[in-house]
Design a protein around this ligand. Structure first.
Ligand SMILES: Nc1nc2c(ncn2[C@@H]2O[C@H](COP(=O)(O)OP(=O)(O)OP(=O)(O)O)[C@@H](O)[C@H]2O)c(=O)[nH]1
Length: 376
């Protein structure tokens, strides 16, 4: 449904509310209950002043309905029972019920009849935050028809005490003001909805911008800038004694030859395939970034040197089994890796320099192998 008005199936469960939405929902519920409370107070005041001519059982029944419905309504909203319904605030049934109670009080009044209906306007404004134009117009129409029916009943049961022309005039003014409140409310509601849609689009765009800032275009892995932030965070955790971490430089072997023999397109494809393969090979919580070219880095929280070496060795072995020959690509692309473990208090540059040296050892030792840092 586009405008969010009340239609068939409105009460069906559709999705969970966010915490913020739940907070707004409860606030809305309390506002509606305040209107109900104000009406109860006004009714008692009018009765105490002797202006309300309702039989005692009707009066107490009315107050009981106001109190009971308010409690039930709050119970529904606070318990979250309605949270997954399409219109979780139950604004339409609650507003209709309150309208009926306004009409009952108005029935018991003569000169001051309209005073019991005044609360309908703030009520309409309140529910316009939740209901669409159609539902607001239906409410305004119900109020106008209800008022007319209440007048007819009052006139037929205890005659006319106020000039019928004056009564009819008040009814007309009430109906027109209700209508204009409904129209204004739905306009505000429309604006609010458009704003909400724009906010969502903005949040999406921000997410994309953030993604662009931290990810590598070709592989979708984290980029160098972001992994440096990750490393600083890990250093903070390790320096506080929370857990250690290790890093592993990975470099694909003879990549220039692949580009030269199979073309740049194949080179890109191998890089993307490696990223996918390595990500699948890592455990949850490990980080993988592309530093540039065919150079990658793994950041392995809670891993010591032996653990990091095992991870790198497993990656080397499994990646080495991969072949693109069937697709007319390179038969095999091996990798070399250098691992180093963070030593409390050192800088990230010192750590990376040891990993880089280990990678150099792997390359100069013949490639397709993992080497660990040499002690000091
Ligand atoms: N297809 C492709 N190639 C790239 C990309 N970035 C860098 N390269 C190429 O990767 C190659 C890296 O070559 P080298 O640094 O000589 O390294 P290598 O050929 O892998 O040799 P070793 O590392 O010593 O085993 C160069 O030819 C770069 O042009 C990229 O995004 N896509």
């Amino acid at each position: 449904m586009k405008d969010g008005g009340i239609k068939d199936g409105e009460w069906r469960r559709v999705r969970r509310l966010t915490v913020n939405e739940q907070r707004l929902l409860r606030r809305h519920g309390r506002a509606l209950v305040s209107v109900s409370g104000l009406h109860a107070l006004l009714t008692m005041l009018l009765w105490w002043m002797g202006a309300l001519h309702l039989p005692a059982p009707v009066l107490w029944g009315l107050l009981a309905v106001l109190a009971g419905s308010a409690m039930l309504y709050l119970l529904f909203l606070e318990s979250g029972v309605t949270a997954e319904w399409r219109e979780p605030s139950l604004s339409f049934p609650m507003a209709t019920l309150l309208l009926c109670t306004f009409l009952v009080t108005a029935y018991g009044l003569d000169e001051a009849r309209i005073s019991a209906l005044m609360l309908f306007f703030p009520l309409l404004l309140l529910v316009s935050f939740r209901l669409g134009a159609g539902a607001l117009l239906v409410l305004a129409l119900l109020a106008s028809l209800g008022y007319a029916a209440m007048l007819t009943l009052a006139w037929s049961l205890h005659g006319v005490r106020v000039s019928p022309v004056l009564e009819a005039l008040m009814w007309l003014v009430f109906s027109l003001v209700s209508l204009s409140f409904a129209v204004t409310g739905s306009g505000v509601n429309g604006l609010r909805r458009r704003l909400a849609v724009k906010n969502l689009a903005l949040a999406d765009a921000l997410e994309q911008v953030r993604d662009l800032a931290i990810r590598d275009d070709l592989t979708g892995l984290f980029n160098r800038r972001h992994i440096m932030e990750v490393l600083e965070r890990q250093k903070g955790l390790a320096d506080s004694g929370i857990y250690p971490f290790s890093v592993c430089y990975v470099d694909l072997d003879y990549f220039k030859a692949i580009n030269d023999a199979f073309g740049h397109g194949w080179g890109d494809r191998v890089l993307r395939d490696f990223a996918e393969h390595a990500l699948a090979d890592l455990r949850e919580g490990d980080y993988l970034a592309r530093l540039g070219g065919e150079e990658f880095i793994l950041v392995l929280p809670q891993s010591d040197l032996d653990g990091a070496e095992l991870v790198a060795e497993r990656l080397r072995r499994r990646w080495g089994e991969r072949s693109f020959r069937a697709l007319n690509g390179p038969p095999k692309v091996s990798l070399s890796a250098g691992v180093a473990s963070y030593r409390v208090g050192e800088t990230i540059d010192q750590l990376l320099a040891r990993a880089d040296h280990a990678l150099y050892l792997a390359k100069s030792g013949g490639r397709d192998r993992v080497r660990r840092e040499v002690q000091p």
